[in-house]
Design a protein around this ligand. Structure first.
Ligand SMILES: [Zn+2]
Length: 95
């Protein structure tokens, strides 16, 4: 069961290594700038306290990327729907 992770577990006490079930409280930090794809990163922070040694720390619980509304809609490239043209002279030839 001793699986080592490359990333540090935010729930584990940095002092004694006790794993905390859940943070005392969490809050979110919203990145003020979207990334190149226009997504906003929401960081969920947590404050923890170790029940074993009493050490308290803050850590990033998780990061969420959300689809942000596009800053501006591009005009002039809207699809108007397909226009079907029927050549009536062809229909006349059938009779
Ligand atoms: Zn501890």
């Amino acid at each position: 069961m001793a699986r080592r992770k490359a990333k540090r577990d935010p729930f584990v006490c940095p002092r004694c290594g006790t794993r905390v079930e859940e943070p005392l409280k969490t809050w979110t930090l919203v990145s003020p700038f979207p990334d190149r794809k226009g997504r906003i990163t929401v960081t969920v922070m947590g404050s923890f306290r170790c029940p074993n040694c009493g050490y308290s720390w803050r850590a990033v619980v998780k990061k969420i990327k959300t689809e942000a509304a596009p800053p501006q809609e591009e005009q002039g490239e809207r699809e108007e729907g397909e226009i079907i043209e029927i050549d009536l002279s062809e229909l006349d030839d059938l009779e």
